[in-house]
Ligand binder design. Structure first.
Ligand SMILES: NC(=O)c1ccc[n+]([C@@H]2O[C@H](COP(=O)([O-])OP(=O)(O)OC[C@H]3O[C@@H](n4cnc5c(N)ncnc54)[C@H](O)[C@@H]3O)[C@@H](O)[C@H]2O)c1
Length: 252
């Protein structure tokens, strides 16, 4: 299914180097969208951008670390120079921090790092693309949150708190631009098999997967296609919302 009919449509994907971000970048490019592949891991961003280019798609890439504010503007300028506009941002940058840690053992330093990536990073990214979108009077912003932000995962205090914060931030931010053609939404996946999930203890993955009524993990392609639709012009009457991608775990 192709949701884009504008050949100049351009999307920035942050965290494009692997996992959900990579799948979204490849899917968007396959749908004819110009894709800026940004990641704190410059090498994987390069690989994805080259893969898109080899398949005939348009892409640029850059190192961007959401915890290093100075890396944001140069990356976005690169996308502006290459494509002339930024129609959408897909923010997949996220970390779990330490897991399997009961709340009384949470290291505040670890909490701060997870906060800087998952929540503060989302604010900074939004702030860097919004001026472009306001000029265009059009924009789509999608932050990937998590089911953990809706329900809380045991042993994942920092992750759950920052994802809940992201869901709240999206609700608020969306209202600021609701009359300016800009939608801001979140996505709450349950378990999608990616390197992030592979790095978790098996007990944590089992705990999360057991809660999914469909009794399976989500597929990368299921995430990528939903993301593509949410950041397309077709998704025009929904803002401030957290889309569910949880195999029936969350029905709200
Ligand atoms: N995989 C899942 O089951 C799942 C479930 C719920 C939510 N999520 C969320 O989806 C998003 C993507 O997850 P994933 O599973 O693909 O993870 P992943 O670890 O496989 O990929 C994350 C990407 O983000 C990049 N990144 C990390 N920190 C960054 C930073 N400071 N600045 C820029 N880029 C950075 C990484 O280099 C990596 O390429 C995350 O926000 C995650 O919390 C994933």
């Amino acid at each position: 299914m192709n949701y884009f009919d504008n050949p100049n449509y351009s999307v920035i994907v942050v965290g494009a180097g692997r996992g959900i971000g990579r799948a979204a970048a490849v899917e968007l490019a396959a749908q004819g969208v110009a894709v800026a592949c940004f990641d704190s891991d410059a090498e994987t961003a390069r690989q994805v951008a080259e893969e898109i280019g080899s398949a005939g798609g348009r892409s640029v890439r850059a190192h961007l670390d959401v915890t290093e504010p100075g890396t944001l503007a140069p990356a976005v300028e690169k996308a502006m120079t290459a494509f002339g506009r930024v129609d959408a941002l897909v923010n997949c940058a996220g970390i779990t921090g330490r897991t399997n840690v009961p709340a009384h053992d949470v290291d505040p330093e670890d909490f701060d790092l997870v906060y800087r990536v998952n929540l503060r990073g989302a604010l900074l990214l939004s702030q860097i693309v919004l001026p472009h979108m306001l000029k265009q009077r059009y924009g789509r912003i999608l932050h990937v949150a998590s089911i953990a932000g809706k329900e809380g995962n045991a042993g994942m205090t920092a992750y759950s708190a920052t994802k809940a914060g992201l869901i709240g931030m999206v609700k608020s931010m969306a209202k600021d631009y609701v009359e300016q053609g800009i939608t801001i939404n979140a996505l709450a996946p349950a378990v999608i098999r990616t390197p992030m999930v592979d790095a978790l203890p098996q007990a944590t993955v089992d705990y999360m997967t057991a809660k999914i009524p469909m009794r399976r993990c989500g597929e990368l392609q299921e995430a990528a296609q939903m993301i593509a639709w949410i950041v397309s012009p077709a998704c025009s009457f929904t803002t401030g919302f957290t889309f569910d991608l949880s195999g029936g775990r969350a029905t709200y």
